[in-house]
Write a protein that binds this ligand. Structure first.
Ligand SMILES: CN(C)c1nc(=O)c2c([nH]1)N([C@@H]1O[C@H](COP(=O)(O)OP(=O)(O)O)[C@@H](O)[C@H]1O)CN2C
Length: 183
C-alpha cells in the first residue's frame, strides 16, 4: 500500500495573464495524500528553475488557497528566502524540494499545525521562496519553524532570514516590507 501523509496537499500554478485577475490566474494542478503520489507529481512537472519569469508554484494544505485573504492565512505571515540570481541554477530547486519534504513530512517539531503552505516565485530580479504560517502572533511556532528551515536548507547561522506579516506585505507591496522576526 502507499505511504499516507498526515495531510492532503494541493499544488497550484500561477502564470501571469493580462486578461485575467491575479486570483483567476492561480490554477490548481492536483492534490495528493501519499508519499508516492507526491513523488510522481514532483517528477512529472517542470522544475521551478524551468518556469518562465513571473510564474509561481504554491503548495498548500488542501482547502487553503495560496493567498493572503484565505481564512487560514489572513492572520499569518511568511518566512521569506530571497535568492541571488546565480542561485537559480544551484539552490532554487533543491531549496524548494527540501521545503516541500519538510511540509509533507511534518518536520517542524510539533509546530507543523501552524504550517499553511509554501510559494516559490520565479523572478528576473531574484527568485523567492516563502513558507506561510497561520498566525504571526504565535512567536514560538514561528521561530521554531524558522530555525528548522535554516537547518534543513543549510543556511549559515550568520545569514539572517526574515518573517513578514501578510498584513504588512499587502500594504507595502513593491517596497521592502519590515521583518516581524529574524532568525
Ligand atoms: C487577492 N489578491 C489580489 C492577491 N492575493 C494575494 O495573496 C497576492 C496577490 N494578490 N498578489 C499580487 O501579486 C503581485 C506580485 O506579488 P508577488 O508575491 O508575486 O511578488 P513580486 O512582486 O512579483 O516579486 C502583488 O503586487 C499583488 O498584486 C501576491 N499575493 C501573494
Amino acid at each position: 500500500i502507499k505511504h499516507p501523509l498526515q495531510h492532503t496537499w494541493t499544488l497550484w500554478y500561477y502564470e501571469p495573464d493580462r486578461n485575467k485577475t491575479w486570483e483567476e490566474s492561480q490554477r490548481k494542478i492536483t492534490s495528493f495524500d501519499t508519499a508516492e503520489d507526491f513523488w510522481s507529481l514532483y517528477n512529472h512537472i517542470k522544475a521551478a528553475s524551468d518556469l518562465r519569469q513571473g510564474c509561481d508554484y504554491s503548495m498548500f494544505k488542501q482547502g487553503i488557497r495560496p493567498m493572503w485573504e484565505d481564512d487560514a492565512n489572513k492572520c499569518g505571515g511568511r518566512w521569506l528566502i530571497n535568492l541571488e540570481k546565480k542561485q537559480r541554477n544551484t539552490d532554487l530547486d533543491n531549496f524548494w524540494l527540501e521545503i516541500l519534504l519538510c511540509m509533507i513530512g511534518e518536520a517542524f517539531n510539533g509546530y507543523s499545525d501552524d504550517i499553511c503552505g509554501a510559494v516559490v516565485n520565479v523572478r528576473t530580479k531574484g527568485d523567492k521562496i516563502g513558507v506561510w504560517t497561520a498566525n504571526a502572533n504565535n512567536e514560538n511556532s514561528v521561530m521554531e519553524i524558522g530555525r528548522k528551515l535554516k537547518e534543513r536548507l543549510k543556511i549559515a547561522s550568520k545569514v539572517p532570514i526574515g518573517y513578514q506579516i501578510h498584513k504588512d506585505v499587502m500594504v507595502k507591496v513593491g517596497s521592502q516590507t519590515k521583518n516581524a522576526y529574524v532568525v
